[in-house]
Design a binder for this molecule. Sequence first.
Ligand code: ADP
Length: 302
Amino acid sequence: MTAIAVLGSTNMDLVAYVPKAPRLGETVTGRAFRTVPGGKGANQAVAAARLGGEVMMIGAVGADEFGVRLRAALQARGVDTAALRTVEGASGTAHITVDDEGANSIIVIPAANARVTALEPGDDARIAAADCLLLQLELPLEVVLAGASAARAHGVRTILTPAPAQPLPAGLPAATDLLVPNEHEAAALTGLTDPHRAAEALLQDVPEVVITLGAAGVLYAARGREPVVVAAPRVRAVDTTAAGDTFVGALAVALGEGRPMPQALAWAGCAAALSVQRPGAQDSMPDRADLVAFAAGQGLPR
Ligand code: ADP
């Protein structure tokens, strides 16, 4: 089984559904409210666990009710939470407004996530035991760098999702094996809106890049090789929340199982295509049986 460590965020998403988002100073009556577990780190962890990865989550929740629920939700989805600490104060939250058009606006309050500033005793050994470490930018950058450096020191593959988009700290690209931005993040990092040019620029700093292109699939680029576009399966998308996180979690499992890169990208694309056909974030992620059946229909080996 593929062992995957995730060093990342855990948030409770507080989602308000409204006909039209309020303007500054305005009060509107909404349609419904939901609380759902999220955070890019936790989402990637769940995506990988549902596909059969043995997943360890490193991060923090707060000492509040959300923290209890967030931990329980990860455990219920098969993620090991032994390295998920409970810190004083609030859990991370994302305050999301979704209007009838599906457009959203989001406020993220990192809270407990912001307190993960260093690896704890035991984390180094947990990272060393993994096949792969998944990283995003929703924890303080110093701990992201510490995690990537630990993985690099142990020869563990690092996959970095540079979201939310921001300049990478010195040393992080050098400790990254595979960078997986979406188009907007790739443009923010490079100032180049053309994905091919952005990928070329990113290859100056990291050996391999996958730029996700939404319904168009992904662009894969590696030093010294011709870039390739791997198309996404054509599906009817109803909710693309966490599509990128599903893709990354699935990619980590596929690579850990020894699938060659183009096939792993196609497999992860199938997982993401399944997720966009269902509403929700973690709830929309496919399990292994779903993915195997769908991928076989796309002509991929089991
Ligand atoms: P993010 O969710 O981070 O914004 P993207 O929108 O690029 O990233 O989506 C990530 C991946 O999810 C894509 O590369 C693709 O594999 C899959 N995906 C997203 N939208 C669709 C869609 N409409 N149809 C099929 N696959 C999709």
